[in-house]
Design a protein around this ligand. Sequence first.
Ligand code: TXA
Ligand code: MG
Length: 340
Amino acid sequence: MVLDGQSSQSIALAAQAVQRGDLIGLPTETVYGLAADACNTQAVAKIFSIKGRPSDHPLIVHVTDIDSAERFASEIPDFAKRLIDAFWPGPLTLILPRIANVATNAAGGQNSVGIRCPSHPIARQILLAAQDVGVWGLAAPSANKFGRISPTTAAHVREEFGDAFLIVDGGACDVGIESAIVDCTRGQPVLLRPGVLTLEQLSSACGERVLLEGEILTKALSAPKASGTLAAHYAPFAKLFLMNKQEMEQKLAQRKEGFPIGIWSMAPLNAQSQGPSDKKSGISWQEMPGDPVLCAHALFAQLRSFDSLGVKQIWVESPPSESAWEGVHDRLRRAETAGR
Ligand code: TXA
Ligand code: MG
């Protein structure tokens, strides 16, 4: 059932559900989450099983503030505190050392825990109402089957899971791609997953350069047991190809007439004489926003929309290489790898 997130009754029902050990779908500013009490082992097990997610793949714990974060994290280094000051509540997850025997299953057995404080007003209301009934953190991965496209509307969540749990509707997610993840357990900040916050923004807020995984060469800073990300993820049903405009033009000229494709590019292609969408030719063209924030916002919904048209391939124009595009680029690269 989908509940209206604007109603206080929905918030109360959602809090009761997590207190009982049930799952809920909840809106955040990034993507919709599939949430359960992070300290309830059985409830957390339901998340792994319904998503089809391996149980050693750690979940993010959502909290209201740094005080609640300290119920899960044994230590918050100063550079992490600066990141918290700058970006919480907001689309940033920190990997922190975990207090022993707290949220062990949610953390996939790691001795660290991923913690995020979302800014979506409805997520915050649910987290606060859950606290009132003794639930201090909600473990919540994105509310999609393992490997699939993350949901950015309540309807997407329902598409994935039907009526298996309550879904609180908070409208379309503002950001549209998942939070940036910074590992704070290795003495120096390391970016595990890019989001809409750029490396420059993160580095400037934390007062030191945030490193990329590839820059970690010393043994003392070796990677955590589970990497933050998988090479293949975010897969649409259609096969996705990333290419530049010229490659698209060439491929389009060689295409078999009628073969259904979705094209997402910043401007229409020359070879595409019939305009935006042409059922007869099998081409469905949509304009890709030229701004990285708008593009992130539209990305997952656009892939789902191409899938619902039944196209066989999705061609996406490679985004610019500037760091502001890294979050979008990362999701597209992994969607492309998933289809191989
Ligand atoms: O924006 C988001 O972060 C969304 C919304 C719902 O908050 N959540 C989300 O969760 O994207 P999920 O489960 O789809 O992605 C969690 C990522 C995984 O790639 C996981 O490996 C990493 O966070 N992660 C979580 N805890 C970790 C830990 N202790 N060590 C390393 N990676 C961790
Ligand atoms: Mg996910």
